[in-house]
Design a protein around this ligand. Structure first.
Ligand SMILES: C=CC1=C(C)c2cc3[nH]c(cc4nc(cc5[nH]c(cc1n2)c(C)c5CCC(=O)O)C(CCC(=O)O)=C4C)c(C)c3C=C
Ligand code: FE2
Ligand code: FE2
Length: 351
């Protein structure tokens, strides 16, 4: 590093972290990605001597081949959706933040597993002179298996550095008014376009029930997001419900399971079902393939129509909400003595 950098004023930047994606929709790339993902003991906390043979002997031999076609079906020219949408989110946030705060605020995107790595994201910020980093894991509801793991990756990456940046981390935003309003807007827009379904299902990614019993607040934060969204949309009990998808392995996960719940809804006579997945900041395999395709086909077999409402992705309402969340955290970090304050900085001042 150039010694002159020690005299530069501290720049503030943002590191967005999403879950991850394989480098390509091929069995080899998926195997590499799953190996990194499923070797993280925040995700699978089974004793290594028990887990290692299952992971290497069974899962990594069979799952990548099965997943390749599913990834290929959602792959675009710019890679997997989590990455291409993540890049749009980072660019959109950088331009909003610089307008809102009256100075350039670099925003880097990183993936907890795969590329661009957290290490690369921090390096990109460092190269832009960033000495104060706000980390935003793109998981609205906190879970140790996602949020804490993303932060582990930041702390691990910093172990390799001599001159540490200042750090601030956002744990969750499951009840943030801007986030809830953005979700409500996207449901209303869907209703306006396709007509209101008979029921709104909120499907969240599951975690083992045991993690909840051990103190993970994820379940409660999902419930709160659900309640706030239903209140905002004026939905009565019975007009909406919440379930958990993507179960993996044999142990019990959070219930009700989305597939079983769909059967119950069909039995209750629901034919036109709207499904939203508020826990996913961007569409990915779990939404485009699992909900829209797999559960869509299941619900069709049960005699109904499932209409998937896209994730908030890089929509204006989403990026406005995230920019406000970030702006609120950054205001006392921005140098006061340089340049004129932005006109609307006052909106972030404490009461
Ligand atoms: C094995 C345990 C898993 C836990 C616990 C878990 C928690 C968890 N995951 C997300 C978000 C995503 N998961 C995604 C894919 C995915 N998840 C698991 C396993 C666990 N997730 C696996 C094995 C996979 C890969 C796909 C598969 O093999 O079925 C994704 C999508 C990634 C993509 O490439 O598109 C996301 C996003 C959350 C929010 C969460 C806990 C709250
Ligand atoms: Fe997952
Ligand atoms: Fe709780």
């Amino acid at each position: 590093m150039d010694i002159a950098a020690h005299r530069q004023p501290a720049q503030t930047g943002v590191l967005l972290i999403n879950l991850g994606t394989p480098d390509a929709p091929t069995p080899e790339a998926i195997r590499r990605y799953l190996k990194e993902f499923l070797s993280d003991d925040r995700v699978v906390d089974v004793e290594p001597w028990l887990w290692w043979p299952i992971l290497n002997g069974i899962i990594l031999r069979t799952r990548p081949g099965k997943l390749a076609a599913r990834y290929a079906a959602i792959w675009g020219p710019d890679g997997g959706p989590l990455l291409s949408i993540g890049r749009q989110q980072a660019a959109g946030l950088a331009s909003r933040l610089s307008q809102q705060l009256g100075r350039a605020v670099p925003v880097a995107l990183a993936m907890r597993y795969g590329n661009p790595s957290v290490q690369a994201g921090l390096a990109a910020l460092e190269q832009q002179g960033v000495r104060r980093v706000l980390v935003l894991p793109l998981f609205p509801q906190y879970s140790a298996s996602t949020t804490a793991s993303a932060l582990d990756a930041v702390f691990d990456a910093l172990k390799l550095r001599r001159w540490l940046p200042e750090l601030r981390t956002i744990n969750h935003y499951h009840d943030d008014p801007g986030y809830i309003a953005a979700l409500a807007d996207s449901v209303r827009a869907h209703w306006q376009q396709a007509g209101q379904g008979e029921h709104l299902l909120l499907s969240f990614h599951g975690i083992p029930r045991r993690y909840f019993a051990l103190g993970d607040p994820y379940y409660c934060e999902c419930q709160k997001t659900g309640r706030l969204l239903a209140e905002t949309l004026d939905l009565a009990e019975g007009q909406w419900s919440l379930s958990f998808q993507s179960r993996f392995g044999r142990e019990e996960w959070l219930q009700p399971y989305t597939d079983e719940h769909l059967r119950q809804l069909a039995q209750r006579g629901i034919r036109k079902l709207d499904v939203i997945a508020p826990g996913f900041a961007a569409d990915c395999l779990e939404t485009l393939e699992e909900i829209a395709e797999e559960y869509g086909a299941l619900f069709a077999k049960l005699g109904g129509t499932l209409r998937y409402i896209p994730a908030l992705n890089a929509s204006d309402r989403h990026l406005d909400a995230l920019a406000a969340l970030i702006g609120g955290q950054l205001q006392d970090w921005l140098p006061r003595n340089r340049g004129a304050p932005a006109a609307n900085l006052a909106q972030h001042a404490p009461d």
